[in-house]
Design a protein around this ligand. Structure first.
Ligand code: ME8
Length: 518
């Protein structure tokens, strides 16, 4: 039986169209999920939308729609984005789904039974934009007299009847848990941030609201709806069958291996979520990994500045795989990064079109032109042939190690370092000079190059699935020989195989011509 691997993304607020930050997280999670699938795991990949809460209710009202109409309209856009970008999830969960409502009420009930929920009244600061409560000392007042939370969003004074979760009782349990599970919060910088926040002391958390109704009703007290984060976090267990903890899927996939989220929501995932789970008698997830933020040419994106980037536009302008490659290669996963036209064009043309595209195109056209499209069989290997082949064979382990540590950019760097070596090898061997004088060497160099390209394409599949698939088509690698089990010796290309006519796989980005002056 294949080992299980359960990976999730944050569920997005469908409070408008998706932006590049949403696309980035889904693409990265998709690459991690695809990698594990190709590496022999039984993967379950969950993503979706977070549809309740005051922010959703307020914007829906402005649009003249019911919250569900507004959520549905935008959730569709998120699904279209995933389809366009090749985000190959197993379930798209919406927090308005009936099974999720039942699941959230069930975990609430478990927390009541453990004595962790009590009735009271909340008074304090609340940010609607972050859907978060903040202590007074976390807020500041800006020069215009507006009080802001730690993420720079306005907070408002809130007073209402509320149920509370006894978070204060979990301070030591959480600290002990972090100690015993060094991989629970990644990367290190986030782990330190969370640990020091928890060391500073935890207050009980207000977990229900009575001043609006767009949420999941509290069992037994329908005047209250649950705080949207109780509802949102629970999606991760609903997705695998909670509250049926004996179900095959819950048994198989929980605890999740990896929650991928952005750095702004680490506190919810690494403090509240494990505390809720401990209270309900459920094991916490294995790893919460917080990625960084994407800025537009170094500036924070915001609707009010008008510099929010539309992922649909980017995919149309550059191509899906170029966009995926750029985001995953350029930004060290876990750190902030910047998007710019020049940077994406530079990556597309240098790494994809020149380095990998030309290598494949040049070697495969020589086979087509001179050998009637039949892959040559290798003769005895020279030292150079053996060296480049050994680098290709060693690549799988390096890429795997990087991916195990969520170092997606390093995985790509490891692949493209072999691409660079292969280009040097190809230029040094100069097969175009061997064609007439040393036909056996000619064949060996072309076979060796094609075999390196095969392994590069295999390993590139999680990141640039369509283009890598096309490269494997050009090498006549059958669909059932594309998993990582075929890396190295196990899947060597066989001399004599008929290859299809080579076509370019990685178009160069050419600036569109300026419209002619009229
Ligand atoms: O936070 N760059 O939803 P959301 C990179 N519903 N990532 C970004 C980003 C940017 N510029 N902007 C946002 C929520 N993100 C909650 C999550 S999970 C149980 C509930 C990331 O639509 C952000 O960090 O505001 C988060 O991981 C995801 O996009 C959804 O953000």
């Amino acid at each position: 039986m294949r080992p299980a691997f359960y990976i999730t993304t944050a569920i997005d607020y469908p409070n408008g169209a998706p932006h590049i930050g949403h696309a980035y997280e889904k693409i990265a999670s998709d690459a991690l999920a695809r990698f594990k699938k190709l590496d022999g795991y039984d993967v379950f990949f969950l993503t979706g939308t977070d549809e309740h809460g005051l922010k959703m209710a307020q914007t829906a009202e402005k649009q003249g729609l019911t919250p569900l109409e507004w959520a549905t309209k935008n959730a569709t856009r998120f699904q279209e984005m995933d389809a366009l970008l090749g985000v190959d999830y197993d379930r798209f969960i919406r927090t308005t789904d009936a099974d999720h409502i039942a699941s959230t009420q069930a975990i609430w009930q478990r927390m009541v039974e453990s004595g962790d929920i009590y009735a009271g009244a909340y008074s304090g600061w609340y940010s609607v934009r972050d859907e978060a409560y903040y202590a007074e000392d976390e807020t500041t007042v800006n020069p215009d007299g507006v009080r802001l939370g730690p993420q720079g969003t306005p907070v408002e004074w809130t007073e209402e009847k509320s149920y509370f979760f006894r978070l204060s009782a979990y301070q030591q349990k959480l600290l002990d848990y972090y100690d015993a599970h060094p991989d629970f919060i990644r990367p290190e910088v986030r782990r330190n941030e969370v640990t020091s926040f928890v060391r500073g002391g935890l207050q009980d958390l207000s977990i229900s609201r009575t001043t609006f109704s767009w949420g999941i009703p509290v069992p037994g007290d329908p005047d209250h709806v649950m705080y949207v984060w109780v509802d949102a976090l629970t999606n991760y267990i609903t997705g695998v069958g909670y509250p049926d903890t004996t179900s095959e899927s819950f048994q198989r996939y929980w605890p999740a291996n990896l929650h991928i989220i952005g750095k702004d929501i680490i506190r919810f995932h690494a403090v509240y979520w494990p505390a809720f789970l401990m209270s309900a008698g459920i094991e916490p997830p294995k790893t919460v990994f917080a990625h960084g933020f994407i800025h537009n040419r170094g500036e924070k994106m915001s609707k009010s500045v008008g510099n929010v980037i539309d992922p649909f536009d980017l995919a149309r302008a550059y191509g899906v795989d170029a966009l995926r490659y750029f985001l995953l290669r350029e930004i060290p996963f876990g750190q902030d990064g910047s998007y710019s036209h020049d940077a994406i064009v530079a990556r597309t043309n240098a790494d994809l079109a020149n380095d990998l595209g030309n290598l494949a195109q040049r070697s495969l056209s020589m086979i087509a032109k001179n050998l009637g499209g039949a892959l040559p069989a290798p003769g005895p290997l020279s030292d150079d042939d053996a060296t480049i082949l050994a680098s290709a064979d060693a690549m799988g382990a390096k890429v795997r190690e990087a991916m195990e540590g969520q170092q997606i950019h390093n995985a790509l760097a490891a692949i493209w370092s072999v691409v660079a070596d292969a280009n040097r090898y190809f230029a040094g061997a100069a097969p175009w000079e061997l064609r007439k004088t040393a036909p056996e060497r000619f064949g060996t160099v072309l076979w060796t190059t094609a075999e390196v390209v095969r392994q590069v394409a295999l390993l590139a599949q999680p990141f640039i699935p369509t283009s890598a698939g096309k490269l494997l088509d050009l090498l006549a690698v059958p669909e059932d020989a594309r998993s990582f089990a075929t890396l190295g010796e196990a899947g060597r290309l066989v001399g004599g195989t008929a290859l299809p006519a080579p076509v370019g796989v990685f178009p160069r980005y050419v600036e569109p011509e300026a419209p002619a002056a009229s």
